[in-house]
Design a protein around this ligand. Sequence first.
Ligand SMILES: NC(=O)c1ccc[n+]([C@@H]2O[C@H](COP(=O)([O-])OP(=O)(O)OC[C@H]3O[C@@H](n4cnc5c(N)ncnc54)[C@H](O)[C@@H]3O)[C@@H](O)[C@H]2O)c1
Length: 343
Amino acid sequence: MTEINHVLVTGGGGYIGTVLIPMLLADGYKVRALDRFFFGRELLPEDDNLEIVVEDTRRLAPEHLAGIDAVIDLVAISNDPSGELFQDATMAINRDSRIACAKLAKAAGAKRYILPSSCSIYGFQEEGVISDETCPTNPLTTYARANEMAEHGVLPLADDTFCVTVLRQSTVYGLSPRMRFDLAINGMTYGAWKTGKLPLMRDGSQWRPMVHVADTASAQKFMLTAPADKVNGELFNVGSAANTYQLGPLGEIVANRVPRDVEIEWYGDPDHRSYRVAFDKIEALGWKASKTAEDGVDEICAALEAGTTDKTTKTITLEWYKELVRWQQIVHATELDGKMLAL
Ligand SMILES: NC(=O)c1ccc[n+]([C@@H]2O[C@H](COP(=O)([O-])OP(=O)(O)OC[C@H]3O[C@@H](n4cnc5c(N)ncnc54)[C@H](O)[C@@H]3O)[C@@H](O)[C@H]2O)c1
């Protein structure tokens, strides 16, 4: 397969995309970032090798794939609560638009397509089970089901000219320009740092694999050049055994790392999602996670201390989408001929 130079990153303005794109640029790739930029356009660097396309992936057209060698299809309504509130959009974006994107990419002559999926499709597994990529899945939410359907839609497109790889990412943590405090380690760190109370979802015994945002971005970059005979048509779990935690002990790790006295504050009904996952397959290729939960806590605390990040509505994905819908209704009800005060 020919060399990869030009990469389309959908959802490039998101939590993972705003970490991934600078990494791709630093490695000399040309990048086209296509996004609605629901979280703002200012989060990506100015760079001659970065092209910004403001578009909705449900309206993807051949021109968006023109000249592209590979796609990293990050676009999504990106968590369970948002997926439940916006079920139709979640299916249309996370499933349909990503399958359509893979088909358009193949038709346009792209060589690689990478689908960043989620380990949440393992859902609940019995205690003691460690799922590898061949194990049965158990998607419990609209978000997880849409990811699995996207996997089923894109993998059959793999052939000798089009390399398709699915990455089932662990729950991500760590600092990003598009910060998310609705992710477990990030939310715990914020609560502990800000108020001395660490929010922990009941009952704390649930297993969850975690991966640092820079590590999952590096796995996506890795798949641009990984040997096609080893990754084409394949699924890989992304994370590490060392970063697989029960949430209770993870809360203790975060509490001990934040530089102040911290107490645990339990919330919610017992979480039914519990899964442990094997990472041998991706590690056998030579990719390995490099960061620990403590690294994530340290960098988030440092950024909070420096005032370069903060928890606002925009950092809680569901709250931000609800805000956008609410504002749209207000503007729609009050504007006249597309104008507000100026007429
Ligand atoms: N963060 C995690 O813990 C995690 C874990 C596993 C999998 N994933 C997956 O990784 C991917 C990226 O996640 P993230 O955390 O960066 O999410 P994110 O919400 O930060 O980013 C998603 C981006 O997609 C854009 N977007 C949404 N709908 C769009 C549309 N119709 N057209 C164009 N752009 C649109 C948003 O503006 C946003 O910039 C998602 O597929 C997510 O499901 C994330």
